[in-house]
Design a protein around this ligand. Structure first.
Ligand SMILES: NC(=O)c1ccc[n+]([C@@H]2O[C@H](COP(=O)([O-])OP(=O)(O)OC[C@H]3O[C@@H](n4cnc5c(N)ncnc54)[C@H](O)[C@@H]3O)[C@@H](O)[C@H]2O)c1
Length: 438
């Protein structure tokens, strides 16, 4: 049952943030949050930390910060933990990821060194380009889930946590089609016992989290919680789930630009996107089977935003292509090019070129923070199942069966803020605004 306003459980004690996959994104998030705690940087890109929300009429001048408006955990009350197939502590992993500069990492070195990964549930069949030895062994996937549940329980008691959330920051797994074993919880649990190949490690983490009533957000394009069995478990245990695939570089740009073209009824005949990146994520995505997961996740956005079925003259048969190329010299500093062929008045063609020199993990880290805090808020407010209001953060947002996902970043933001207003008993903002002229 949805709890609103003062009925939302308070954010007391400590919130554990559990992260499967302590690579570039996870270490940039944790080191960055610790640095912010110490006043060594600002949490730029984080809505929970820097965003405001308008309440009431424009003339009311009520614009609190989001973190004052809704009861969220303070950054000082977060405790970090997680799993990886490599045994490096978070300081070594952050140095290895090469995203943040050494002086900043050194400012939070002792805290990072204390965070050592728990051994992972991993199988190279699902991530072909990786091989690590810090891995759990058990005879069935159900037993592995049980070991993860024990990890979660120990983490909670060792750190005396009031609550916990899990955000998947692990590698992109190979593309898995929805399969009958995903159809319901009973089939899924039988599959865990029989080592069904359609159950990937990320699903085992998600199953363990939801079984422990820990909300689960999926930052990768893997199927993971986007299957009926997980939706069923999340509803049964009253836990929120969300996903999938952090919306950061090129897809972020797409979901900013495409709604603009569509608002002005400009046609699009083609959109070609290509990237070079050289981090471990790029190496994993160099494998065609992992790339397939990413490609499917990236391709959906334009189709849904442009709605060619409603606007055939503008968007029918537009050509959309996405390429990712592994190019080690760039490390985490990705470059993404877009060539967009647009069409104006009387069919005259024009072109837009975007060259985005971005930093992948710098864009992703604030999303991990916001998702951890908002997923926990959802849990305290009694929201369970798919959290569509968090679509803002994802390339391929999860939605209820039969619904199409909303990809337009600006609609997603309105949805998110209206959800916060709704939770706190404030009027929703429709932007009608006629009252100012009456
Ligand atoms: N950086 C971005 O902008 C961005 C955007 C969208 C999605 N993502 C996704 O986020 C994920 C993390 O990205 P990254 O750049 O940090 O990659 P990374 O390769 O630096 O880190 C991933 C980590 O996960 C670990 N891992 C893999 N399988 C695991 C398992 N089963 N259990 C525990 N650990 C496991 C790897 O050893 C590695 O340390 C990737 O799936 C990526 O596609 C990143």
């Amino acid at each position: 049952m949805l709890k609103k306003g003062a009925d939302i459980e308070r954010a007391t004690g400590k919130l554990g943030v559990l992260i499967p996959g302590m690579g570039a994104v996870a270490t940039t998030f944790v080191a960055g949050t610790l640095a912010v705690q110490k006043g060594q940087g600002k949490p730029i890109g984080s809505l929970t930390q820097m965003g405001t929300i308008r309440l009431g009429k424009r003339t009311d001048k009520r614009v609190p910060s989001i973190k004052e408006f809704v009861p969220l955990y303070d950054l000082h009350d977060l405790v970090f933990g997680g799993w990886d197939i490599f045994n490096d502590d978070m300081y070594a992993a952050a140095v290895n990821a090469g995203v943040l500069e050494k002086p900043l990492l050194d400012a939070v070195k002792s805290e990072l060194q204390e965070i050592k990964p728990m051994s992972a549930v991993f199988d190279q069949y699902y991530v072909k380009r990786l091989n690590g030895s810090h891995v759990k062994k058990a005879s069935s996937k159900m037993d592995l889930a049980e070991l993860l549940r024990q990890d979660i329980q120990s983490f909670r008691s060792d750190h005396d946590l009031s609550r916990a959330v899990m955000v998947w920051c692990g590698s992109t797994e190979v593309f898995i089609e929805p399969n009958p074993v995903h159809d319901n919880l009973q089939a899924f649990e039988a599959g865990l016992k029989n080592n069904d190949p359609a159950i990937s490690p990320s699903m085992i983490y998600a199953y363990a989290a939801l079984s422990e009533k820990v909300p689960f957000a999926n930052g990768a394009p893997n199927l993971t919680v986007d299957i009926p069995a997980m939706v069923e478990l999340s509803q049964q245990n009253n836990v929120p789930i969300s996903g999938k695939d952090f919306k950061t570089g090129q897809t972020l740009m797409k979901t900013i630009l495409a709604p603009g073209f569509k608002s002005r009824l400009l046609g699009v005949s083609g959109w070609f996107s290509t990237n070079i990146l050289g981090n471990r994520d790029g190496e994993v995505l160099d494998d065609p089977e992992s790339f397939k997961s990413k490609e499917v996740s990236k391709l959906g956005a334009l189709e849904y935003i442009l709605q060619p079925q409603l606007y055939p003259d503008l968007y029918k048969d537009f050509y959309h292509k996405v390429r990712i190329n592994y190019y080690p010299p760039r490390g985490d500093n990705k470059e993404g090019w877009d060539n967009i062929d647009i069409v104006g008045w009387l069919g005259y063609p024009m072109q837009v070129k975007v060259d985005f020199l971005c930093r992948d993990s710098i864009l992703a880290a604030p999303l991990v923070l916001d998702l951890a805090l908002f997923m926990d808020l959802a849990a305290r407010a009694g929201m369970h199942g798919i959290q569509e209001w968090l679509s803002f953060y994802f390339k391929s947002p999860m939605v209820a069966e039969g619904l199409y996902p909303e990809h337009d970043l600006f609609i997603q933001l309105k949805k998110l803020k209206n959800t916060l207003r709704h939770l706190m008993g404030e009027n929703l903002i429709t932007h009608l605004g006629l009252e100012y002229y009456e």
